[in-house]
Design a protein around this ligand. Sequence first.
Ligand code: 48N
Length: 311
Amino acid sequence: MAPPVATAPSVVEDSPIHLLKKNGPIIDKTFDINEDYQGNYRFAPIEEAEVSRAMIKRYFNMMYERTVSDVVIVGAGSAGLSCAYHLATARPDLKITILEANVAPGGGAWLGGQLMTPMVVRKPADRFLRELGIAYEDEGNFVVVKHAALFTSTILSRVLALPNVVLMNATAVEDLIVRTDFQGRQRVAGVVTNWTLVALNHDTQSCMDPNTITAPVIVSATGHDGPMGAFSAKRLVSAGLLKELGNMRGLDMNRAEPAIVNGTREVTPGLILTGMELSEHDGSNRMGPTFGAMMASGIKAAKEAIRILDS
Ligand code: 48N
């Protein structure tokens, strides 16, 4: 007797959504909404699966679409966000993908210094604050934003509102894609990604392989501290693309800020370093609790990215 042919379960028939539709909604869809704060506030009805599908559809469509981007910005601190804002507003045609390892973007720009809240920005970088419409107190050679989070939340909201920018937070870059170009030179051509919690736990499991995003230009703004600080600069050394790190020097505001802005550049074909990551690459000084160079360096990185893409 021939063995019974296994028939695939009618998944669609048994799917929760189908069952709900077949048997009618679990809840009374006739609810009308009511914004009543006197004890009768009513929401429009929803099925849990609708919420899950609304997120899954959008996130994974975005992830699929951004596997090839025009510019990837690694790190959503003050330099990375300043780069993203200038780049995305100057070139709305570009697909810009920001990858941020933390759940919370913003890097070190939520506080001014030693956990104090005011943010100091030296002139002429205050022009960027005026472009963003951020109020400040003018102290002559510098200005003070009343709370660093006012800068960071403002620029973050502006960047996220731009149609050509996507932000994948809680997503770490854990390697660089490197190709040999037609001149035989090694060129950075994208990034290797993983959920940050996976990237931080490779020693607890084996073979949790990553994902990729390819792009002709990578802007790395991974800062100088934190669990993955100066990531790309360090990877250049371990991948043999840079002999050694310059290592960030001691604090000297007057030397550090112009060095970072003027030094922002394509350090290896396809890879631009900006912000404090550059101090680790070049061995320039740190500036401590003043953020004008982060903003100006990010803007310069955006201009460099446009130069490369248009060359
Ligand atoms: O704020 P940071 O650390 O870096 P910058 O360069 O945007 O701003 C630096 C600034 O906050 C200072 O350090 C100030 C001026 N102090 C100077 C001084 O002398 O002390 O932002 C870097 C971002 C963070 O949000 C990290 O989570 C993220 O980059 N990040 C990564 N994201 C994805 N993949 C990675 N591998 C990665 N590594 C870091």
